[in-house]
Design a protein around this ligand. Sequence first.
Ligand SMILES: Nc1nc2c(c(=O)[nH]1)N[C@H]1C(S)=C(S)[C@@H](COP(=O)(O)O)O[C@H]1N2
Ligand SMILES: [Mo]
Length: 199
Amino acid sequence: MGIVSPGFFGRRRAGNPDLPPGQYLTEDFPVLSAGPTPLVSTDDWSLGVTTETGEVVRWNWAELNALPVERFTVDLHCVTKWSKLGTTWEGVSLDTLLDGVETSAEYALATSYGGYTTNLPLEDLLDGRAWIAVRYEGEPITPEHGGPARLLVPHLYLWKSAKWVRGLRLLDEDQPGFWEGVGYHNYGDPWREQRYWGD
Ligand SMILES: Nc1nc2c(c(=O)[nH]1)N[C@H]1C(S)=C(S)[C@@H](COP(=O)(O)O)O[C@H]1N2
Ligand SMILES: [Mo]
């Protein structure tokens, strides 16, 4: 019989390779909103991309849904330590959306109905890593989870996934968003546990 450290098995039991450090699994879908839920009708909804030169490209609901909609399954990691694995969404990839947008900006600030903002490098929105999601588990996204449309950037902590998204500002200089401005990490990689400023 070999010598086996109990700590090794303990970690193996707890260790889910899909779970970033410090996170726990949850089956339900918590709602985290910094303010009231804005109720935005799809008749009124639009998404505007504003480039660093001030050019605006805008899609209304029908125009967004006329773009190729992808179905994708991703894991969600909230900075408050819950993770939800294997969530399935439908939405338009930011690669598709930004395809015809002329820009040399390096940063993006997502803006939401209700006033929320969050920032990230523009490249993190590209290469199949970010979507404007319009459906969750086969149904329209409920208002509390960001419907009619939310940004999803699942490789970063979930505060980067702006609910009720209404715009993307493409910027030459980084501009902190709502949580980033009060001490959350500017980038927010769950695998490097970048929760707060200085992590
Ligand atoms: N517009 C907006 N988007 C937001 C937030 C918010 O308060 N307002 N909260 C963020 C945070 S901290 C998290 S964890 C997720 C929560 O998404 P959920 O409520 O669908 O779980 O939304 C993010 N997007
Ligand atoms: Mo969060």
